[in-house]
Design a binder for this molecule. Sequence first.
Ligand code: NDP
Length: 286
Amino acid sequence: MATNFKAELTGCFGRPVAENPTGVMQEAAFRAMGLDWRYLTIEVPPERLGDAMRGARAFGMRGLNLTIPHKVAVMEHLDAIAPDAAMIGAVNTVRFDNGKLTGENTDGKGFLRGIRQDAGVDPKGKRVVVLGAGGAARAVVTELALAGAAEIEVVNRSVERGAAMVADLRAKTGAAIRFTPWEGVHRVDREAGLLVNATSIGLFPDIDAAPPVDLSDASESLLVSDAVFNPPETRLLDAARRRGLPTLDGLSMLVYQGVIGCEIWTGKTPPEDVMKAALRAALGLH
Ligand code: NDP
């Protein structure tokens, strides 16, 4: 048997990265796919991002993720930006194609795949309520708009940030997106088919916090989803379940953004169950 000791590299650049579990699920996928590839989780300070990207080109890396604080800054080091990543204005995944580096954003796409595959909900024609106007909300709202959601209501605490995001994405996507300032408790109406928490409310260590929403008018088919994955059992999902509503946790979005990244890099269909199991094990879940 011919021996090949050459390393095929993928990885993530960010700071901090110590608690980023993506490498565990990507390496599990590579093993299951019979690929002798590695995923390196590397701390890169902001002022060294250019050096790191030149290194990625020099090493002939096969794939790359970017996380905080590099998702916007990396764009000037790439050869092209995919249309949806350009609308979002941030890149979390780089496609390497014969030396050409293209920026992609798989966060919103991962969210969409999760609601379709894990919850059986298609956003096309639906009225959606998105809580938050940060990076995750931008990606989710953009992909929901491109997927044909009938109306997207963005609810955010900071009026300036929320209104600016809505005006920008409405102009870029042409979709019906509107802004509601978050004052007191936000009442989710009966017409909404999907509620997304894309704020960091409920994120560890503030696990007892829940976004101030009232679900008493909600339709019984409202899917309540949370981008927060640490912990995956959030107060919001618990409250929704107690009302008998269907729910989807943030692990779904996290797994599928990784699945889509793996597809982009390898050109193959990754084993989703293997990736989910590896991620759950890495996070100490069963
Ligand atoms: P940002 O910091 O960019 O945005 C945070 C958002 O949360 C803002 O809209 C902010 O509102 C809002 N917010 C925070 N605290 C409060 C509060 N006390 N009351 C009301 N609103 C609040 O974060 P990201 O968009 O990057 O991340 C948001 C969440 O999504 C995080 O929990 C992150 O872990 C998760 N995430 C999950 C992913 C997954 O794969 N599951 C992928 C990416 C992110 P304001 O503008 O008023 O400050």
